[in-house]
Design a protein around this ligand. Structure first.
Ligand SMILES: [Fe+2]
Ligand SMILES: [Fe+2]
Length: 361
């Protein structure tokens, strides 16, 4: 009896592993990693996100390797899947980590309903500086460094842009409360300087990344203009000026100066020097506002400032998280803020602000 064709067929040595469930699990683990890293408020959450992402890479590797016919092709298949997934996941994690930067206080940001607000993102180049003031950075050879620098300057530009309406709001509050003309003038000058900072930062972002980002609309600001707003008072003005101005802009000035001294690119150093000088002026304006509030408000403002000073410990400066693929040395050479420097300057800024406030109370 002749054998049937089925009896002749070689036995398939490959294990029967269905990749679909593994792909499903790794997809959701990756999404969870992205969310944890992006929405967490501290670098601890970024670490948790990275661990989750590495876990999903390990799962992908195991699933791909076990579905192959022999160990060598399993190894190659697993490595291929890991490379593709890492290319998709790591930029997301990096972006998520960098988004944390924008959540950190950076000087006087626009606060609406208790939250810092940034404009939407748009394209167009309408926020370019005049040609003579346009910084033209030297491009680092590393693609990662270029991408990180473009993203950091883009986030800085959005924060600078959000400072413009913050100073407009300050000038309205000062006028409403009967402040002297020097303070109102200072608020308007500061708003114009923030426009200049935003333009320079957008130009640096475009220089590194090639994309002409612009600030888009800020719907939350439009809503707040249409809605009845909180009545300005001396206590709120004094508290906000101490926190965002005296400390926030003081730390931003110290940071910009430190970065300017370490940057090896003259156009980056010059941008940082302009920002450092202006932010120091803004911090002094805030001290003048605090002094005027104390004069006009007396004991109530004094008590509120004491309370606000005790809460300053959680101040964070805007900086790259620890886990970026750029070392502190390279970050310094590129003029990018790094976590260790930011923490040191924020601690020093809070300490100095407390000492100065004590002499005023
Ligand atoms: Fe600024
Ligand atoms: Fe400022």
């Amino acid at each position: 009896m002749s054998p049937s064709p089925d009896d002749d067929a070689p036995e398939d040595p490959s294990p029967k592993i269905d990749l679909a469930p593994a792909a499903f699990v790794t997809f959701w683990v990756t999404v969870a990693a992205f969310c944890v890293a992006g929405f967490g408020e501290s670098s601890t959450w970024l670490i948790v996100g990275c661990v989750l992402a590495l876990g999903s890479l390990a799962l992908s590797f195991a699933a791909a390797a076990l579905s192959a016919k022999d160990p060598l092709s399993g190894l190659l298949r697993g490595a291929g899947v890991v490379v593709v997934q890492a290319m998709m996941t790591l930029p997301l994690l990096l972006w998520a980590g960098l988004e944390n930067v924008s959540a950190s206080p950076k000087g006087r940001l626009l606060h609406l309903r208790g939250r810092a607000r940034l404009a939407r993102v748009s394209f167009g180049g309408g926020w370019r500086p005049r040609p003579k003031e346009t910084p033209r950075p030297r491009l680092p050879s590393s693609v990662v460094e270029r991408a990180v620098a473009a993203e950091v300057w883009h986030l800085a530009a959005r924060a600078e842009h959000a400072s413009v309406p913050a100073f407009s709001k300050l000038s309205l509050q000062l006028v409403a409360l009967g402040a002297p003309s020097s303070l109102v003038e200072g608020a308007h000058r500061a708003a114009l300087q923030e426009i200049d900072h935003a333009r320079r930062c957008f130009a640096l972002s475009e220089g590194y990344g090639g994309l002409p980002w612009d600030p888009g609309a800020l719907p939350e600001l439009a809503d707040s203009l249409a809605a009845p707003s909180r009545r300005p008072d001396l206590v709120g003005l004094a508290r906000g000026s101490l926190r965002d101005g005296c400390v926030g802009e003081g730390v931003a000035a110290a940071m910009a100066e430190a970065l300017a001294n370490g940057a090896d690119d003259p156009s980056v150093a010059e941008t940082l020097r302009v920002i450092a000088a202006d932010e120091a002026e803004h911090a002094e304006l805030s001290w003048a506002v605090v002094a005027w509030c104390l004069d006009a408000g007396g004991a109530t403002v004094r008590a509120a400032l004491r309370e606000e000073a005790a809460r300053l410990d959680d101040h964070r400066a805007a900086a790259l998280p620890d886990q970026t693929p750029i070392s502190p040395e390279r970050a310094r050479a590129l003029g990018l803020p790094h976590a260790a420097l930011a923490e040191q300057l924020a601690r020093l800024g809070v300490q100095r602000a407390r000492e100065r406030l004590t002499t005023m109370l």
